[in-house]
Design a protein around this ligand. Structure first.
Ligand SMILES: CCCCCCCCCCCC/C=C/CC(=O)SCCNC(=O)CCNC(=O)[C@H](O)C(C)(C)COP(=O)(O)OP(=O)(O)OC[C@H]1O[C@@H](n2cnc3c(N)ncnc32)[C@H](O)[C@@H]1OP(=O)(O)O
Length: 292
């Protein structure tokens, strides 16, 4: 596996100032500080051209603006490099992604809220309409936004049986936006989507497999990656342009919805999430998570 690009910026300072006993400032030379871990890692297999893209924001890969931005840049980089496929997975052993970072939506200034949502919209669109085959190797829980990322891929392999997946927004008193609904309907059809979304139900991996919310269940991450590679290998002989245009055609409802409604969708988000009762609900939910 070769690393093609990293999205973290390395720190350039290699010296720090410290205050001594006499309170004078002295310069101490020091080893360069270790650069922060990237929020998303990408490794491309030289032979197959398939990228493994790993969400890496401990403890639960909650999706904040910087992570989403890195993910979007990586997808764009893969597009530019005419990638043969992408496998999305997590560096955590128990959580694929806990969904949107609730801290981004709690008591946030309007400019930050707006930047968060527009970054989510554009990252989602880049993933959903990507020209290359995409697989989610779901190696942990995938609630809400974690489920959305999975649904936006073309194929889902999940480690089971103990992890769960679903769009649980109604349980939190929030509403899954129409493009979340389209993603689930693409996969489950109208009836099952209505049942799943109105109840905000989370499905165990075996339940998800039975329903068709995931395509395969395996027992560990290595198997999930192997299954994902097999899915992508099927397309080796399909002309990429024909595949890309066909995918766009099949997914045109979601693509068109987002292209035509970005501003209205942002407005709906801002109107809903800034309501006092929604803020109170998010605060209580966050507190309950921290109390666990
Ligand atoms: C006409 C139509 C109108 C449409 C209108 C549209 C308007 C739009 C409305 C807005 C829509 C918003 C959509 C939101 C989608 C989302 O993704 S919301 C996020 C939902 N996520 C969840 O419910 C998951 C919550 N987390 C968990 O269930 C668990 O953490 C876990 C199962 C993922 C993992 O469990 P465990 O391993 O035991 O870890 P924890 O101890 O629970 O957590 C560790 C740590 O992380 C914090 N945390 C967990 N999840 C989040 C999160 N999503 N955001 C921020 N922080 C999170 C948790 O509090 C712990 O923190 P501490 O270490 O205790 O500080």
């Amino acid at each position: 596996m070769a690393v093609v690009f990293r999205t973290c910026k390395s720190l350039s300072k290699n010296a720090i100032f410290t205050r001594g006993i006499s309170s004078s400032l002295r310069l101490h030379s020091q080893k360069p500080p270790t650069p922060p871990e990237p929020l998303v890692n990408v490794d491309v297999d030289d032979k197959s051209g398939v990228a493994v893209v790993t969400l890496n924001r401990p403890p639960v890969n909650s999706l904040n603006t910087p992570l989403l931005s890195e993910l979007k840049n990586i997808i764009k980089g893969l597009e530019d490099n005419k990638s043969r496929g992408m496998i999305l997975t997590s560096s955590s052993e128990t959580v694929f992604s806990a969904g949107l970072d609730l801290m981004e939506m709690y008591n946030a200034p309007k400019d930050k809220l707006s930047a968060f949502w527009t970054t989510l919209q554009s990252t989602w669109l880049a993933l959903y309409r990507s020209s290359f085959p995409t697989v989610a190797a779901i190696n942990g829980h995938a609630p809400a936004g974690g489920c959305l990322l999975s649904l936006s891929c073309e194929y889902r392999v999940m480690v089971g049986p103990k992890f769960s997946i679903g769009l649980n927004e109604t349980q939190l008193g929030i509403v899954a936006p129409p493009w979340f609904v389209i993603c689930m309907r693409d996969v489950l059809g109208h009836r099952q989507t209505e049942m799943a979304l109105t109840s905000g139900r989370m499905f165990s991996a075996p339940e998800a497999l039975k329903l068709g919310l995931i395509d395969a269940m395996v027992t560990n991450k290595a198997e999930a990656i192997t299954e994902a590679q097999k899915f992508i290998a099927q397309f080796a002989k399909i002309p990429p342009l024909a595949r890309k245009l066909t995918k766009e055609s099949v997914r045109q409802e979601g693509i068109k919805y987002m292209e035509d409604n970005m501003i209205d969708d942002l407005q709906m988000f801002m109107d809903l999430v800034t309501q006092e009762k929604i803020q109170k609900g998010i605060g209580l939910y966050l507190a309950s998570l921290k109390k666990k």
